[in-house]
Write a protein that binds this ligand. Structure first.
Ligand code: SF4
Ligand code: SF4
Length: 187
């Protein structure tokens, strides 16, 4: 009696299996007659999205000065503790990193340092091909990390926003929402 009840289910399973196999062979056959897509790496490097998380750089403001103010936020947020630095006061009285070090042998390219950075100084780039023979060579110093451009947002200048007194009424500054009248949202 029990075997009789199982019969339709068994037939359906066999038919599903055959249909699956036929579909797989059909896909294989289709690809047999397609032109292969072979990318000759490293001669050809496929363009990657700007947000790809690869090698890290330290960028500069539009005036060419270092963006990093050595606030330690990136090193504090880094889950593998691969960023270290020492802060100092620069010749113009501006805070900067005396030295800045990233151990790429430990970095997991999570991008949290970039998220935490208030000045857009630290940025991950799409560059991923920088293998080394010796693991110690993965320790990059500030001079290896610092670039001559502003990276993803070349026009951004932290000091044009930070510490600048904002005149005028609330809700009229750039990117500021209208103030909410709290009495108007009371139940
Ligand atoms: S990408 Fe992640 S792991 Fe690498 S330095 Fe930044 S926070 Fe640390
Ligand atoms: S890179 Fe950004 S988060 Fe890290 S110390 Fe410099 S300013 Fe702070």
């Amino acid at each position: 009696m029990e075997d009789e009840r199982n019969k339709p289910g068994l037939v359906r399973e066999v038919l599903d299996g055959v249909a699956g196999l036929a579909g797989s062979y059909a896909a294989t056959l289709t690809h047999l007659f397609r032109k292969p897509v072979t990318e000759q790496y490293p001669e050809y490097k496929r363009p990657l999205p700007a947000r790809t998380r690869g090698r890290i750089i330290l960028t500069r403001s539009p005036d060419g000065r270092e963006r990093c103010v050595a606030c330690y936020l990136c090193s504090g947020v880094c889950p593998v503790n691969c960023i270290s630095m020492q802060s100092e006061e620069g010749p113009d009285g501006r805070r900067q990193a005396a030295w800045f070090r990233i151990n790429f042998a430990r970095c997991i390219y999570c991008g949290l340092c970039e998220e935490a950075c208030p000045t857009l100084a630290i940025q991950l780039t799409p560059e991923f091909a920088f293998s080394k023979d010796a693991i110690a060579d993965f320790v990059y110093e500030k001079e290896d990390l610092l670039v001559s451009h502003g990276g993803k947002d070349p026009a951004y200048d932290f000091y044009a926003h930070a510490g600048v007194t904002a005149g005028g009424p609330k809700g009229e500054h750039i990117g500021e929402d209208e103030p909410v009248d709290v009495k108007s949202i009371l139940p």
